[in-house]
Design a protein around this ligand. Structure first.
Ligand code: 13P
Length: 258
């Protein structure tokens, strides 16, 4: 059964105390939700400094995991301020977000660097949540599909089939992130189907149909169900709405109802 995931990308928010309280509140409110029934997973991606503490809190839980928002591609060395994937694994991370649009734009991370990061995450046995997404101008020009294909090609298509089968893709149109301009369910489905078809063309049917493709960009408790009910939308990567327990839990429930 295809894995369905709701992941909360907290970005640069919360104090240590707030981080712990938020996770505890979400877990409490999820008590009645049977995540295992439909292979549903919940992922928390807090800022780096809270990973160790939250890793202890989540240790041994089924279908609830910890993610890092970023990593470095090298296993160790003189890279001041950076964190290696093995270190993230050490503190309990199972996932790493790679190539978020904020990393691509503010920190000038190239497709080639994201390719190296993806390799590092896979080599350590963790799951990359690989983000792709077009800018508003790309969509206005109608070039969104070629932009996405290029991002996938440059950073993922060197992978062997067995490696590709361990990747999660998050489609996050840049114009929808933090703007309230959510992609319509039709726009999301169209792009997710395009991504799946592209994977099928490059790899095979089995790989494409087991691939988890998340939607991200102003997804909230109100619109989650209509986005997640599409055949090729397998959950979401949630920013703002993951910072409040009630809305995050509603989104998780919308995903597990599919
Ligand atoms: P928002 O949900 O705040 O639009 O952020 C989406 C996102 O960037 C998740 O990675």
């Amino acid at each position: 059964m295809k894995k369905r995931i709701v992941a909360g990308n907290w970005k640069m928010h919360k104090t240590s105390r707030e981080a712990e309280d938020l996770v505890k509140e979400v877990l409490e409110k999820l008590d009645t939700v049977d995540l295992k029934k439909h292979n549903n997973h919940v992922v928390f991606a807090p800022p780096f400094v809270y990973l160790q503490n939250l890793g202890k809190l989540l240790q041994g839980m089924t279908n609830i995991s910890l993610a890092a928002q970023n990593c470095h591609s090298e296993p160790k060395g003189a890279f001041t301020g950076e964190t290696a994937v093995q270190m993230l694994k050490d503190v309990g991370c199972e996932y790493v977000i790679v190539g978020h649009s904020e990393r691509r734009s503010y920190f000038k991370e190239s497709d080639a660097f994201l390719k190296q990061k993806t390799d590092a995450v896979l080599a350590a046995g963790l799951t990359p949540i690989f983000c792709c997404g077009e800018m508003l101008n790309d969509r206005k020009n109608g070039t969104q599909q070629s932009v996405i294909r290029e991002q996938l090609e440059q950073s993922l298509f060197h992978l062997e089939k067995a490696e590709m089968q361990r990747v999660v893709i998050a489609y996050e149109p840049v114009w929808a992130i933090g703007t309230g301009m959510t992609a319509s369910p039709e726009q999301a489905q169209e792009m997710h189907a395009f991504i799946r078809n592209t994977i099928e063309e490059v790899y095979d049917h089995n790989t494409a149909h087991h691939l988890t493709i998340l939607y991200g960009g102003s997804c909230n408790a109100q619109n989650a169900a209509s986005l997640f009910s599409n055949a090729d939308v397998d959950g979401g990567l949630i920013g703002g709405a993951s910072l409040v327990a009630d809305s995050f839990v509603e989104i998780i429930k919308a995903n597990s109802a599919q």
